[in-house]
Design a protein. Sequence first.
Length: 163
Amino acid sequence: MKPAPFTLRDATPADISAIARLVRDLADYEHLLHEAVATDADFATALFAPHPHAYAMVAVHEGVICGMALWFHNFSTFAGKHGFYIEDVYVDPGSRGLGIGRAFFAALAKRALAEGCVRMDWSVLDWNEPAINFYQKLGATAMSDWTTRRLTGAALTALAAEA
């Protein structure tokens, strides 16, 4: 078997700027660049604080960070066990087709099982056909009976004021 032309590794604090760049690139692709306001300091706190709230790994191809996966733990009350919520997986367009995306998901699945997790969840935009097709090839199923809800901004502030 031919070795992969890339490596995956856990992110380090030195990778923060690259992770922020990849997140902005993903936001641009998803037509959501206006929402990508996270700073390097935000990523440093989330990923590398004494008790991190999120985790990341990066893909390196020809000495350059070309992809990232970012996840955090969620919890299934039905199963009584943790899972991973994969917030983002992104690979630079120039590095696609090398197997990096599949390698990220395989590495996350291995890690999830090693940590006793029972599932991995993520969201995909309904117009992102390349990603949907990729996820189907992984064996992921659509949660078509579920819709996502979000509370943010003024609505979040107003509801919090009721407490």
